[in-house]
Structure formats: structure tokens, C-alpha cells
Write a protein that binds this ligand. Structure first.
Ligand code: PBG
Length: 309
């Protein structure tokens, strides 16, 4: 009766990895229970999740190496894999909330979220491309675009690009406080998207800082973000809490791949109980102030919530 915090199934978002040119789904070694899907198996996973009440999905394409280049050309190919995937999912499940990631890394031979020139990330050219990607995804039927790139000024430009093309209802979930984190390791394995040179520290945030997260939040809000996100979640619960205080839009938290992998690995080694560690983790993220949570545990948690009502 007096519990202060509740996690509910509609607040969970399931990230999905879907691979181009594959015939079978393949389990990701570092993320037991999570797969690189084919389009067909992704549709089955969505159906399973929706039956449990999970209604929102964040799509991450694993693009074939041959389709990656320095200009991330594939990111705006209308006939490309991601547009096809979005159209297919929306055709089968018009009621699901579909979220597409905006960043160049899955399409870029450099493996960076922005264009690279002489070893540096080119902010403004990247922002223009993100606007084009947002319009393409919206044309295919995506409900929310989620810039995960951390370029400056992208939320405003994406909003303007969408509005100019009439996509006034497409929302923006901004990766607002995205830290340069070692906890993304398993995700990069899943997509083969690790940077080929350097790291992401010139555009993702420094884990020693939290004031910058407030500055990023105020900027994203003023540029038109419909959600602000903190990522990763667990080492940044304080950041979730402080952003919640200043944000007048919902706060999302991304319980990232490495956080999932830690619980799975410890449980597999008999070091802790998986279910109770998962439940405690997701409640702690809610308690810190997240309104919605992106988590690879979405299906397992929905199952638990159903059984423990
Ligand atoms: C890439 C992106 C990353 C994640 C989501 N979008 C990785 C990165 O920035 O290198 C990480 C998600 C996870 O670890 O679960 N733009």
C-alpha cells in the first residue's frame, strides 16, 4: 500500500537488433537471451512482447559490412534495410510504438556516430544527415526518432526537418546525457559497430561530470525534445534524479547492454539471483526518476509483473 515506486509494463521499451542479410537469428555471446534477429524473428519477438503488454520497440540495424562506407551512404538509402524493416513492422503491428535510432555508426565504415575527417568528428555535416535520416524514418512510419549521436544542435535541426516535411506528429526522444561508457561493449559486439579508430569521448559525456547533463537537458528541451534520456542508467542514477527535477517532458533511462550482461553473467556463475537482481535494478531506475526504461529485460520483466501482480 505504501510502496513509493512502481514499474509497469507500458513503461518498458525493448531494444531489438535486426541484421541485414541473415537467414537465422543468432544469440549475442555477451548478451544471453538477446539475438541478432532476422526480420521474421524480430516480428515474432514483437508479437511475444506485445502479448505481454510491452508496446514500444527501439530498432538497431546490423548493417552488412559491404554496405558500410565513409559517408554512411546507407543511412539514407530509401531501399535500404532499415526502411524496409520499419515498413514491415508497422504493417504487421500498426499499434506498436516504433523508435528508430539516429546516428551514423551502424552505417559508417569508421564506426563513429558522426562523419570523420582527419581524425575528427564533423558536427554540423552530421547534423544535416541526421535530419535526412529522421525524415526517411518518419516516411516509413516510425513514431519516435531517437538521436543517439550526441552532436550539438541536432534536436532543433531534426525537429525543423520533420516539420518542414509535414511530420509534425513524429516525436523526438533525445539521448540527452549519453556518457562515453564501457558499458556499451556488448552492444558494439552485437552490431559490429565499434569505432575503428579513437573513442567517442569528444562527443559523448565525461563520467566525472553531471552539470553538463543539466546543460544538455536545457538545450534539448529548448530545441524541442519530447523525451530526454540518460544513458547508461545504473552508474548514473544521480544524473537521472537531477534531470528529472528540471525536465518538463518524460525522462527515459537506458539500462544498457553491459548492465544486462553483468546480471546475466553473475547469475550464470551462480553469484546472484537473476530475477531479483533484475527487479531491483529496474525499480532503482524508476525510483531515481525515470518515466520510461529501455531495457533488454523488457520481456522478462513484463512476465514477472504479470506473475507478481
Ligand atoms: C550508437 C548507440 C550505442 C548504444 C545505443 N546507440 C553505442 C555507442 O554509443 O557506442 C548503446 C546501447 C547499449 O549498450 O545497450 N549510437
Amino acid at each position: 500500500m505504501v510502496a513509493e515506486t512502481h514499474v509497469t509494463t507500458p513503461q518498458l521499451i525493448l531494444p531489438l537488433f535486426v541484421a541485414e542479410k541473415t537467414t537465422n537469428k543468432v544469440e549475442i555471446k555477451t548478451m544471453p537471451g538477446i539475438y541478432r534477429h532476422t526480420i521474421k524473428s524480430a516480428l515474432l519477438e514483437i508479437e511475444k512482447a506485445m502479448q505481454l503488454g510491452v508496446g514500444a520497440f527501439a530498432l538497431f540495424p546490423a548493417i552488412h559490412e559491404a554496405n558500410k562506407d565513409k559517408h554512411a551512404s546507407e543511412s539514407i538509402n530509401e531501399k535500404g534495410f532499415l526502411p524496409q524493416l520499419i515498413i514491415e513492422i508497422k504493417k504487421q503491428f500498426p499499434a506498436c510504438v516504433l523508435i528508430s535510432d539516429l546516428a551514423l555508426d551502424p552505417f559508417s565504415a569508421d564506426g563513429h556516430d558522426g562523419f570523420v575527417q582527419n581524425g575528427k568528428i564533423i558536427n554540423d555535416e552530421t547534423v544535416l544527415r541526421l535530419g535526412e535520416m529522421a525524415v526517411l524514418h518518419a516516411q516509413c512510419g516510425v513514431d519516435i526518432v531517437a538521436p543517439s549521436d550526441m552532436m550539438d544542435g541536432r534536436v532543433g535541426h531534426i525537429r525543423k526537418s520533420l516539420d518542414e516535411k509535414g511530420f509534425i506528429e513524429t516525436s523526438i526522444m533525445a539521448y540527452t546525457a549519453k556518457y562515453a561508457s564501457s558499458f556499451y561493449g556488448p552492444f558494439r559486439d552485437a552490431l559490429d559497430s565499434a569505432p575503428k579508430a579513437g573513442d567517442k569521448k569528444t562527443y559523448q559525456m565525461d563520467f566525472r561530470n553531471s552539470k553538463e547533463a543539466i546543460r544538455e537537458t536545457l538545450l534539448d528541451l529548448s530545441e524541442g525534445a519530447d523525451f530526454v534520456m540518460v544513458k547508461p542508467a545504473l552508474s548514473y542514477l544521480d544524473v537521472i534524479q537531477s534531470i528529472k527535477k528540471v525536465s518538463h517532458v518524460p525522462v527515459a533511462a537506458y539500462n544498457v547492454s553491459g548492465e544486462y550482461a553483468m546480471i546475466k553473467a553473475a547469475a550464470a556463475a551462480g553469484m546472484l539471483d537473476e530475477t531479483s537482481a533484475m527487479v531491483e535494478t529496474l525499480y532503482s531506475i524508476k525510483r531515481a526518476g525515470a518515466d520510461v526504461i529501455l531495457t533488454y529485460f523488457a520481456i522478462e520483466m513484463a512476465q514477472w509483473l504479470k506473475e507478481n501482480k
